[in-house]
Design a binder for this molecule. Structure first.
Ligand code: BTN
Length: 263
């Protein structure tokens, strides 16, 4: 476990205008997303962050759990408000890019994305995001739950071959506060652009970073598994697959390389 973080540490060096400035910090919580969703239903401002040193019931995508060792990692949720409705389906891509770019500014690593928004180093996952929304269709609020494996040094047997951390990839203990600040800065700048109607560049940016495009993959969701070559992103944010039955667009699921290999 690395040293516990105080609210003062976090706020003192934050350079953002709003992101992270309203900050709820917990030693232990069930899930930062659950707490942030409740806050999003009140008048918590845009950019509010719920941060926890440890989650007892951290939530992952597709109903899974997210486990991260205490005090070693970044587990927090960010409330996003005032998003243009036309841009909502691109929010997961902006979030992934904001995190990846923020980390690359302070750690010398080449970060790739695995569709939809896992962050990977050399084929291993070190960051996952869980987006949930609340509010009305015309004025939704999005909670972006972000789990970054920073200084965790080992993983349970079921994921030890597919998971990694910034520490394991660099051999150096990383400064969680510095990474958080850089990610907040990057996300705030990206969402400023989105709100100003200048978010369109995300498609090309995301494609450049993505390790899934061009590959023969299987996408498994609750209801079906679709096989095909990932060839691009649809206008509504889905992933287009070239399958034996023609083009299919998928919106959620788990990607494996055809043949069952995780990638
Ligand atoms: C995934 O890859 O399955 C998504 C993982 C998301 C984990 C983060 S940790 C902070 C936030 N709170 C949660 O309960 N989940 C997200």
């Amino acid at each position: 476990m690395t040293s516990a973080t105080s609210k003062d540490d976090l706020l003192r060096t934050l350079t953002t205008r709003t992101f992270g400035r309203t900050l709820f910090l917990f030693d232990e919580i069930d899930s930062t997303n659950t707490c942030a969703m409740t806050l999003a239903e009140t008048d918590a401002p845009d950019g509010t962050v719920v941060w926890a040193e440890y989650q007892i019931a951290g939530k992952g995508r597709l109903g899974r759990s997210w486990k991260a060792s205490q005090g070693d990692n970044l587990t927090f949720s960010l409330i996003l408000r005032n998003l243009p409705v036309s841009q909502l389906s691109w929010v997961p891509y902006h979030v992934a890019e904001g995190i990846a770019g923020g980390i690359e500014k302070v750690v010398d690593l080449d970060i790739r994305t695995k569709w939809p928004n896992d962050l990977m180093i050399d084929g291993k996952k070190f960051c996952g995001t869980l987006l949930e929304s609340t509010g009305s269709r015309d004025a939704p609020s999005v909670v972006a739950g972000i789990g970054i494996n920073v200084n965790q040094s080992s993983f349970p047997p079921d994921i030890e071959h597919s998971a990694t951390s910034l520490y394991l990839e660099t051999g150096v203990q990383q400064d969680r506060v510095r990474i958080f600040q850089s990610v907040m800065e990057n996300l705030e700048a990206l969402f400023d652009e989105v709100r100003a109607g200048r978010g369109d560049g995300i498609v090309e940016t995301w494609k450049d970073r993505c390790q899934t495009l061009g590959k023969e993959i299987s996408v498994r969701s609750d209801t079906e598994t679709v096989h095909g070559r990932a060839i691009g992103l649809a206008d509504d944010g889905g992933l287009i697959l070239d399958t034996s039955d023609g083009l299919r667009t998928v919106y959620a699921g788990d990607v494996t390389l055809s043949g069952g290999v995780r990638h």
